[in-house]
Design a binder for this molecule. Structure first.
Ligand code: GTP
Ligand code: MG
Ligand code: NA
Length: 457
């Protein structure tokens, strides 16, 4: 069902691309923040969300004389990880978006996760813009802070301009090999059939106004058909976090619909469906990343699209990566609960039925899926007998210790991005259960591989 005219929701823009192409840094540049430097290993391992009010975007594009009257309140930008382990999060991010930015490093051209992202976007029929990032790394580049790209390019030496042209030509050819026509956006006369390339620097800001302007133009063009507000709730849980003073909270992306304080909701839980009531609806300040702790604004109601922190009772065992459902007077609560548990069934079906295998524990269902996926690859091939989400407690160690009598090397917990309680650590030591902890997913893989090899010897 569609609401009244002129009722438009904010578009969602997803940022995708190979690891370290500068996705988070581009957002930092637009936000004036420093999220990237705070990340473990400098890699993104969660989906992020930032709300950009239209006024702010207009301000940043003013040099391009784009006085577009935007009818949408703003733009919600979703940051995704580029590391190969997080295919599921790229897939989830791209499934939420109306438009995307595919980031390519001008010095590297197309890389494996560029192609993977491209295929995801194609399969969803999503429109996207290519950001050809790190132009400041062209040898001899003269910085031109936050300048539109054509202006910045005119200031460069002939050598820089030639290297730029050569690299763009190569990358356009690489895209063609993937079946995609691309062209520098200011030369692109056929926006429908040819994707636009915007050269950018996340370090000195060249091309950022152009990138934002293209996003605005896209929103203007497709608003009526794509962005007309729907009443039905579409909402995904990104994270479950304990926040001092708030208790257990969930971070969600509201893709469509409206949420109110006091609404009854159902989310998927480790121990069954959680039916609860929204106590508070919080957002970070505009232009701040939801996944980074900060000051929150309170709201009586929030309209899509938004990244929201929800506080409510009983969220302790909520499972990140699953859908949030609203319960209306017309709904049967049990039906809604069944719906909410569907995602969990999908993950559970991946556990080894023989009952022999390691235990895997992660902070979100997304990272858990990434770990399970890796352990299943033929080169690794480690069976999993148990999974959990959240900190490692004594009961998790007890569960893993069952393997001591069956297959000793599987009496192991692979813990990704979660804490281990001191009691659990003591018990593991006494019982002989190995716990591997890492906050970078591939370090965990490496540690466990080394352990398996040491056992074989
Ligand atoms: P993942 O999220 O881990 O996939 O990486 P990412 O695509 O978000 O890249 P990130 O923002 O973490 O940047 C990776 C590295 O490239 C960091 O060291 C950045 O400082 C650097 N970097 C990003 N953009 C630019 C740029 O435009 N110019 C230069 N010179 N360096 C950049
Ligand atoms: Mg990143
Ligand atoms: Na990175």
């Amino acid at each position: 069902k569609k609401s009244g005219n002129g009722n438009l929701r904010s578009p969602i823009c997803c940022i995708l691309g190979h690891v370290d192409t500068g996705k988070t840094k581009l957002l930092d540049c637009i936000r004036g923040t420093n999220v990237q430097e705070g990340e473990a290993g400098g890699i993104t391992q969660q989906i992020g969300a930032t709300y950009f009010p239209t006024d702010n975007i207009r301000e940043r594009t003013k040099e391009l004389k784009a006085d577009a009257m935007l009818k949408v309140p703003g733009l919600l930008v979703i940051d995704t990880p580029g590391h190969e382990a997080f295919t599921n999060l790229r897939s989830r991010g791209s499934s939420l978006c109306d438009i995307a930015i595919l980031v390519v490093d001008i010095m590297h051209g197309l890389e494996p996760q560029t192609i993977e992202s491209l295929n995801l976007l194609k399969s969803r029929n999503a429109e996207f813009i290519v950001a050809l990032n790190k132009v400041d790394r062209l040898y001899g580049w003269k910085k031109c802070l936050n300048a539109p790209i054509v202006k910045a390019m005119k200031l460069q030496s002939i050598d820089v301009q030639n290297e730029f042209k050569m690299r763009v030509t190569q990358i356009v050819t690489q895209f063609k090999e993937q079946g995609l026509n691309t062209e520098l956006y200011y030369k692109n006369k056929n926006m429908g059939e040819t994707s636009s390339i915007v050269p950018t620097s996340a370090m000195s800001g060249e091309g950022i106004p152009d990138l934002l302007l293209l996003l605005i133009n896209w929103a203007q063009r497709t608003m009526e058909e794509k962005l007309t507000f729907m009443d039905d709730i579409q909402c995904t849980v990104l994270e479950v976090k304990v926040i001092e003073g708030l208790g257990t909270t969930i971070d969600v992306v509201l893709v469509n619909g409206v949420l109110h304080e006091g609404d009854q909701i159902v989310v998927c839980g480790m121990q069954g469906p959680i039916a609860t009531t929204i106590r508070a609806l919080l957002t970070p300040h505009p232009m701040k990343e939801l996944r980074v702790k900060g000051a929150y604004l309170h709201h009586k109601e929030l309209k899509a699209a938004q990244g929201i922190k929800i506080t409510a009772q009983g969220l302790e065992h909520a499972v990140a990566g699953t859908a949030l459902y609203l319960v209306t007077p017309n709904d049967d609560l049990d039906d809604v609960k069944d719906l909410a548990m569907q995602d969990m069934k999908n993950v559970m079906s991946r556990i080894d039925k023989s009952g022999e295998g390691v235990c895997v524990q992660a902070s979100t269902i997304g990272s858990l899926e990434a770990l399970l996926e890796f352990l299943k690859t033929p080169a690794v091939n480690i069976p999993v007998s148990g999974i959990n989400i959240g900190p490692v407690h004594k009961k998790d160690v007890m569960k893993a210790s069952v393997m001591l009598e069956r297959k000793k090397e599987y009496a192991t917990i692979l813990a990704f991005d979660v804490k281990v309680t001191p009691e659990a650590r003591d018990l593991a030591e006494d019982a002989g259960v190995k716990i591997f902890i890492a906050d970078i997913i591939y370090h965990l893989f490496d540690q466990f591989k080394a352990y398996m090899e040491s056992i074989k010897e």
